[in-house]
Ligand binder design. Structure first.
Ligand code: DQA
Length: 140
């Protein structure tokens, strides 16, 4: 059974009530419960933090053991050399995910410190972006 983890960065704990026209009405907890049921053959975990260093600690902690990381570093995607370096340092493949199409938004969201070291990037499909990322690890 593949062991995957979704790592979510800052403000993604507010899904369901944050800018719902962009991010939708579903809470991440509700989405995660659905997704666990949808992928019964995956050991799926979830970690969220608003703190950059905690995200780096988590990436380091599981980054040599798990089969895949689905990483939505949220705003840190566009600013964090540290998270980018952590992704580079580990052996577990990382798929970068965004709920919104960051390229159709402000220019500062077009830059990613994750993408150069990610296995791939999936963005703009709403919460389905996470499911597509999970599927990519199963097909691999
Ligand atoms: C996001 C896009 C980022 O630009 C933004 O800062 C987020 C969420 C997304 O999933 O669409 O917080 O990563």
């Amino acid at each position: 059974m593949k062991k995957l983890i979704i790592i979510n960065g800052p403000n993604l704990n507010l899904l369901g009530k944050r800018e719902t026209s962009i991010y939708g009405n579903l809470t991440f907890t509700a989405f995660f419960e659905q997704t666990v049921k949808k992928f019964p053959n995956v050991k799926l975990e979830h970690f969220q933090s608003n703190i950059e260093g905690e995200l780096i600690d988590k990436i380091q902690e599981i980054g040599f053991d798990y089969d895949g990381i689905i990483l939505n570093a949220a705003a840190y995607t566009h600013t964090s050399v540290g998270i980018g370096d952590a992704v580079k340092a580990i052996t577990t493949p990382v798929v970068e995910v965004h709920i919104s199409n960051t390229f159709s938004r402000e220019a500062f969201r077009h830059q990613s410190y994750i993408s150069p070291n990610a296995k791939g990037v999936i963005l703009g499909f709403g919460l389905q972006s996470y499911e597509l990322a999970i599927q990519s690890f199963l097909d691999a």
